[in-house]
Design a protein around this ligand. Structure first.
Ligand SMILES: [Fe+2]
Ligand SMILES: [Fe+2]
Length: 152
């Protein structure tokens, strides 16, 4: 699978989890979904930073600029994620906090898909496929390290 398609698939998965968590009412499901979102976002950002962004950066010009901006956005997402363990799923702030994180991630993912992934097509199909394989393998590795079963 092309790297850009693989990353889009992960975007979709995490967006689904946000919808679930915002609909969940009991604290235990909220907490579990919240942990899953945290883990998936961490893995996603990491594989982009390790494998995909360097390839886009190599394109230079606009590609390089987009990567710089995306890294700053990952940083903001990390800051919000770091606060999550302190937010009680029963607290009235829970929904507000998850909504803000959802919007932040959605904005970032859309920008990647509409701008960066388009530019990235210049990398060429063969290399994008190869990067896609590396992204997939690394995802499996990180999931193993974090102690979760491979998601379907
Ligand atoms: Fe990203
Ligand atoms: Fe992404």
């Amino acid at each position: 699978m092309k790297a850009t398609d693989f990353l889009k698939k992960q975007h979709k998965e995490v967006m689904g989890l946000f919808e679930e968590v915002l609909e969940a009412e009991d604290p235990e499901s909220r907490r579990q979904l919240c942990e899953k979102i945290e883990q998936e976002l961490k893995i996603h950002s990491k594989i982009e930073e390790e494998i995909f962004y360097p390839a886009v950066k190599e394109l230079g010009g606009k590609g390089e600029e987009m990567v710089m901006e995306a890294l700053e956005e990952h940083h903001v997402v990390d800051l919000v994620l770091a606060e999550l363990p302190e937010v009680d799923p029963e607290d009235e702030r829970f929904e507000a906090k998850m909504t803000v994180l959802h919007e932040l991630v959605q904005h970032h993912a859309k920008e990647e898909e509409k701008e960066m992934f388009k530019t990235a097509q210049r990398i060429g199909k063969a290399e994008l496929d190869e990067l896609g394989e590396r992204l997939e393998a690394r995802t499996g590795e990180l999931k193993g390290e974090m102690g979760t079963a491979e998601a379907a």
